[in-house]
Design a protein around this ligand. Structure first.
Ligand SMILES: [Zn+2]
Length: 293
């Protein structure tokens, strides 16, 4: 599931490729992906409008339009956005890429559910195998209310370790679940929570009251570092995620615990183990990440 680095990778690509472009039309075979407005009305509202800004908030992509509307896209489980050229094929019963390369060759890029037609002849497509992605339409002036219950952005320059510590002051639960709680801090999910806790030497089931300020300072440092490195690597393509060119990111190649059960820890050679916390697969090194006595 795309987390902050994958969504930021997408936003960076969109800024490069679709900023200032105008939507000429919209197509979908999965109208339920458009959530808070009828898909036909959505089409009418965005038609002939220009994309004037692209932003990320938590795991959401925001396309600001010239008519003061904002398109919100959440990729959910298996969604990703692609920019390319497709033609509808009756024999394939779907859209086929006209351009050679990963969008055409990689089977993960073949689940085209939504197409935005751009004024430069290209298309912006939502590829989503499981169809859990969502698209919403908001007025520019209302978009902040959508995020009223979402925590701060971990990579903002003015987000300091003291702010991070404050977020957890009254909390009682297990640290991994709280790190993944979007109402506490934005953008972190299962993969990056596991990686952050490993690098910080904190057991994923440690309860917050047992953690020291020093533990939090260490988590804060490695959180910023890991998220930045993951963006630099173009995100993680352990699973379905691809960038807007249909290419895989590289972070899965530098991950240290996620999906590494049975492998040796890169620091101590003990074996990484998998447990389930809150229904989610969790990975840690029992030697480097010990529960406090
Ligand atoms: Zn270890």
């Amino acid at each position: 599931m795309p987390e902050l680095p994958e969504v930021q990778t997408t936003v960076n690509g969109l800024r490069k490729e679709v900023l200032k472009r105008t939507f000429l039309d919209f197509w979908t075979d999965t109208p339920k992906i458009v959530k808070n407005v009828d898909a036909n009305d959505f089409r009418n509202v965005i038609k002939n409008e220009k994309i004037i800004e692209v932003r990320r908030r938590a795991k959401n992509i925001l396309l600001y339009l010239s008519n003061s509307q904002v398109i919100l896209i959440h990729l959910k489980m298996t969604g990703h956005l692609l920019v390319g050229n497709w033609a509808y094929s009756e024999s394939e019963k779907g859209w086929v890429s006209l351009v050679e390369g990963p969008i055409k060759d990689d089977p993960y890029n073949r689940f085209i559910r939504v197409i935005f037609f751009l004024d430069d002849g290209r298309q912006l497509a939502l590829c989503d195998m499981r169809k859990f992605a969502k698209i919403e339409l908001w007025k520019d002036e209302d978009i902040e209310t959508v995020f009223a219950d979402v925590g701060p952005e971990p990579l903002e320059d003015d987000f300091r370790s003291e702010d991070f510590i404050d977020l957890f002051r009254q909390k009682k639960g297990k640290i991994k679940q709280l790190l993944m709680d979007q109402s506490i801090i934005a953008g972190i999910g299962n993969i990056y929570a596991s990686e952050i806790l490993f690098e910080a030497g904190v057991h994923p089931e440690e309860t917050v009251p047992r953690l020291t300020e020093e533990d939090f300072r260490r988590m804060f440092m490695v959180m910023k570092d890991i998220l930045k490195r993951a963006i630099g690597a173009g995100g993680d393509s352990f699973s379905d995620f691809r960038n807007i060119y249909g290419e895989r990111g590289d972070f899965q190649n530098i991950m240290k615990v996620y999906g590494k059960d049975g492998h040796n820890c890169t620091y101590c050679d003990n074996m990484i183990v998998k447990t389930i916390i809150g229904g989610r697969g969790t990975f840690h090194c029992p030697n480097c990440q010990k529960l406090k006595k």
